[in-house]
Design a binder for this molecule. Structure first.
Ligand code: HEC
Ligand code: HEC
Ligand code: HEC
Ligand code: HEC
Ligand code: HEC
Ligand code: HEC
Ligand code: HEC
Ligand code: HEC
Ligand code: HEC
Length: 313
């Protein structure tokens, strides 16, 4: 514990003189005694914020006494134990707000990022669908101010929007929530690129009604075949389990009617692609989707077309 600071100091003096000798530029050595602790002071509750002595003492030329001990104790973690270490108190001239009042230094109602940085972990919603939002991307990559979302669009609290019952795609299309910007103008429209916000289910979806099991695998379609979410979820299927099974299925006794009905049913759903052109046709390989041949017999009214199964698996 004694050796290390000495070594560091020696190294830094050496580095500074090398720099000086090298190109005539010099950088002032950070002296802890003169400028206060070197490491960034960091708070994580209730949100992340940071403070650097360097920018205040060495760069802005403030004396220790301008903060210690009236504004802040010379001990890390003291301010945050009080209940009052809030933006409201700061706006009233306490803590950082002693100077960050728009006069001595930039005001606390602007430039939130300067003190708060950005949360690394995305916000993830699990209900009713799984979706994610990245502060890092929006703030760092797309240079958005906290205020562009946190003055009216979203509360600064995870789960707040979910408590309202209008946190839906329909609201986005009306320009609310994510749709404030994801309108095709300020950012890509929320009726496109579902996959950039939503996660596909990892488990296979199994239809058990009204006929023999049909298995649908997102992995095959999304990861292997690179079919985009919106090619199914914009018009064909709702992004919700049970929409197909919730349909009314009517089977007429008339074989011709029956065939027509089943063709309509299939071409409305899986058959939008499984038409022998974009993907194998639903009329040819029943058992690739239907585990079992009951459906086939039902569709054909039991007539002799079983050889078509041969084209399946
Ligand atoms: C602009 C305000 C400000 C100035 C100026 C300032 N400090 Fe601090 N200092 C802080 C804050 C904020 C903390 C953390 C207090 C807390 O967490 O409650 C702190 C904490 C400290 C700590 C405790 C660090 C730890 O790890 O526990 C020391 C030591 C310290 N300051 C020394 C100094 C010295 C020496 C100077 C002058 C060279 C100085 N400070 C100038 C704001 C300031
Ligand atoms: C004693 C006055 C004072 C206090 C108290 C104070 N600051 Fe500052 N702060 C300044 C001044 C002066 C500057 C430089 C001028 C400016 O940027 O407006 C500055 C600049 C900053 C910067 C910009 C640094 C940069 O990279 O340019 C940040 C971030 C910051 N302060 C954070 C804080 C935080 C967080 C607190 C409270 C924990 C705090 N300050 C308390 C006076 C103060
Ligand atoms: C000068 C530095 C500074 C600026 C600028 C600043 N904050 Fe803070 N903020 C802090 C510090 C320090 C805390 C207390 C420690 C913590 O919670 O991380 C805090 C706490 C908070 C909190 C939690 C406590 C509370 O008041 O509810 C929120 C929310 C918050 N800030 C939002 C914002 C927003 C939004 C902005 C911009 C409009 C902003 N802050 C600008 C330094 C700053
Ligand atoms: C593009 C929009 C957007 C921007 C810009 C943005 N946020 Fe957020 N923020 C959100 C959303 C969405 C939530 C979650 C709200 C919900 O679940 O209802 C959130 C939640 C939060 C939370 C609560 C996190 C939790 O776990 O409870 C904090 C703190 C926060 N934001 C701080 C900030 C700060 C600080 C900035 C600027 C550096 C910022 N946000 C910029 C959209 C944004
Ligand atoms: C204040 C405006 C604004 C709001 C509100 C907003 N975004 Fe964005 N978002 C952008 C901008 C700008 C881009 C970058 C331009 C683009 O990709 O079209 C972007 C890009 C994205 C991306 C692509 C990022 C990447 O890493 O590729 C995702 C995903 C995203 N936003 C999700 C969301 C979600 C989820 C919400 C709501 C919780 C939301 N956004 C709310 C402005 C916003
Ligand atoms: C910009 C990000 C974003 C895009 C793009 C997006 N969504 Fe969403 N979606 C969300 C968020 C955030 C929620 C609300 C939280 C949740 O359900 O996880 C949501 C909710 C939903 C819901 C449940 C609530 C409702 O509206 O019924 C469905 C279904 C849904 N999205 C489908 C889609 C489909 C289909 C697409 C593509 C056509 C899509 N989403 C594109 C972010 C997005
Ligand atoms: C080839 C068509 C197809 C594609 C592509 C597709 N899905 Fe699906 N998805 C379905 C079907 C079929 C269902 C089940 C519908 C039903 O039960 O009525 C479903 C259901 C879902 C569900 C609800 C699951 C549940 O357990 O409630 C989510 C979430 C979902 N899909 C997300 C996605 C996302 C995200 C993508 C893109 C990455 C995607 N899907 C791509 C066909 C598709
Ligand atoms: C948006 C277009 C699209 C829709 C809708 C669609 N699929 Fe597919 N599916 C494909 C493509 C493309 C392939 C890969 C090419 C092929 O196998 O012919 C594929 C392959 C498959 C396979 C793998 C076949 C094999 O040989 O391994 C199965 C099983 C399957 N789909 C079932 C379904 C079911 C069940 C539905 C309806 C719930 C459905 N698909 C809806 C496009 C789609
Ligand atoms: C691409 C996948 C796929 C293929 C191929 C396919 N089906 Fe289906 N079929 C479905 C889905 C999905 C349903 C609706 C969910 C369920 O009933 O399990 C369905 C439903 C049915 C139903 C029930 C309709 C009702 O109202 O009772 C019958 C019967 C049927 N299929 C017969 C067939 C026959 C016969 C073939 C081959 C000629 C075939 N299917 C090929 C996916 C497929």
């Amino acid at each position: 514990m004694i050796k290390r600071p000495v070594l560091t100091a020696t190294f830094m003096t050496l580095a500074a003189s090398l720099l000086f000798a090298g190109n005539g530029l010099t950088e002032e050595v950070y002296d802890v005694k003169l400028y206060g602790p070197k490491t960034t002071i960091e708070w994580n509750k209730p949100i992340r914020a940071t403070f650097d002595h360097k920018t205040h003492t060495m760069e802005a030329g403030l004396e220790c006494s301008s903060c210690h001990d009236e504004v802040f104790s010379m001990q890390r973690g003291v301010a945050v134990t009080g209940r009052n270490f809030t933006m409201k108190a700061m706006a009233e001239g306490q803590f950082c707000g002693t100077c960050h009042d728009g006069d001595t230094a930039f005001s606390t109602d602007t430039n939130c990022m300067a003190c708060h940085g950005v949360a690394e972990d995305p916000i993830i919603w699990d209900e009713p669908t799984k979706a994610a939002f990245s502060h890092k991307a929006h703030v760092e990559e797309f240079s958005l101010e906290c205020n562009s979302c946190h003055s009216g669009v979203f509360a600064m609290k995870k789960g707040a929007a979910t408590m309202n019952n209008d946190f839906t795609m329909a609201s986005f299309q009306e320009g609310k929530y994510c749709g404030t910007c994801h309108n095709g103008d300020d950012a890509f429209n929320s009726s496109t690129q579902c996959g950039s916000c939503h996660f596909p289910p990892t488990e296979k979806i199994v239809f058990n009604q009204p006929v023999k099991t049909v298995v649908f695998d997102h992995d095959i379609h999304v990861n292997q075949e690179k079919v985009s979410c919106e090619s199914c979820h914009k018009e064909v299927f709702a992004m919700k389990k049970g929409t197909v099974e919730g349909q009314e299925f009517v089977l007429s006794e008339d074989p011709a009617e029956k065939r027509k009905y089943l063709e309509n049913l299939h071409s409305k759903y899986c058959g939008t692609c499984h038409d022998s052109a974009q993907a194998f046709g639903y009329l040819t390989r029943c058992t690739v989707c239907h585990i079992g041949v009951k459906g086939f017999n039902k569709m054909t009214g039991g007539d002799n077309k079983t050889e078509e199964h041969g084209k399946g698996h």
